[in-house]
Design a binder for this molecule. Structure first.
Ligand code: ASP
Length: 310
């Protein structure tokens, strides 16, 4: 049995200790702890990395603290369009959905695309039809509505901007895309990412999160990565796959490969954000070039961390 590990994130961005109350900090840390435990318990019982990342992301999608599932931000037309992807490092199987509405757990829909269809990525109405066919749980608009999110949309519209969630003009409330990576006791790794995208996005904009290789990637030979941040630079630099390539072709460690991508390559494209990663030996890393990233990790050697700021 090898070392098993899970790492999760709840988004990276302008997250400053001075702008978050003790109560809010405790709420975020508690939510991270709950999700971490959901995933870790799967690994502890001998379950797969794939099931562990699903469990952790479902837990984060089910609360309104983060920008995914229930807590998703609003697009410019007042709708909530969600993106998600999951990838199995054992066989490079992958599933993704983009711009889906009313799906309670987009990560479960991405998993269904991976396991029940011949495709990798389904979009919008088609993805929702596929969800109905396979009894993937949906929720009415009310379930996703929050007055705070709506106020964020109005603020973004007044400024005429598309906003990263963590750049919220309400400094007391910051949320983020969610993700998980895990290495199980068999040495298999997996990655999952889920998001509402960016506030006031239009024209069917899709970020990096559901794009295999950009926001999400897993390969047992190298690493499993889930990203968060301003999606466009992450897409242009094929960020998650770049970490894998640096490990594969340059023989770099997970830590060193992530460092180059987060602190050099992304910054050159003004790509603010971060990522979490594991390799198939159970090593984990959590890195970001922004003020903070909601993050947590735990392994079976007693290492555990739950952090928000730098
Ligand atoms: N990467 C996401 C996107 O661009 C946003 C985020 O990570 O918060 O859609």
């Amino acid at each position: 049995m090898s070392k098993f590990t899970i790492a999760i994130h709840g988004g990276a961005g302008t997250i400053l200790k001075s702008e978050i109350t003790a109560k809010q900090e405790a709420d975020y840390k508690n939510a991270l702890e709950v999700a971490l435990t959901c995933g870790y318990q799967v690994l502890e019982k001998g379950g797969s990395a794939l099931d562990a990342v699903r469990a952790a992301v479902v837990s984060l999608e089910d609360i309104d603290l983060f920008n995914a599932g229930k807590g998703s931000v609003f697009a410019s037309d007042g709708s909530q369009e969600m993106d998600a992807a999951i990838m199995d490092g054992k066989n490079l199987d992958a599933g993704a959905v983009s711009a889906v509405k009313n799906i309670r757990n987009p990560i479960e829909l991405a998993f269904a695309v991976m396991t029940l269809s011949d495709h990798v990525m389904l979009n919008g109405r088609g993805a929702e039809d596929f969800a109905r066919l396979h009894n993937i749980k949906s929720e009415p608009d009310d379930y996703f509505f929050s007055a705070l999110r709506f106020a964020q949309l109005k603020q973004a519209q007044q400024k005429g901007e598309m906003m990263l969630d963590h750049r919220s003009l309400n400094p007391n409330k910051k949320f983020g895309t969610v993700g998980a990576v895990a290495c199980d006791a068999q040495g298999n790794i997996a990655a999952a990412t889920s998001t509402g995208g960016m506030t006031n996005k239009k024209w069917g904009r899709v970020g990096d999160s559901p794009i295999i290789g950009a926001g999400t990637y897993a390969n047992n030979q190298t690493c499993a990565i889930s990203c968060t941040g301003h999606g466009e630079p992450f897409i242009r630099s094929v960020t998650a796959y770049d970490v894998s390539c640096l490990m594969e072709y340059k023989n770099l460690s997970l830590q060193d490969a992530m460092h180059i991508v987060v602190h050099d390559k992304l910054l050159k494209l003004h790509g603010e954000g971060g990522m979490i990663g594991v390799d198939a030996k159970g090593n984990a890393a959590m890195m970001f070039n922004s003020e903070g990233m909601y993050r947590a990790m735990k392994n079976n050697e007693g290492v555990k961390e739950i952090s928000i700021y730098k």
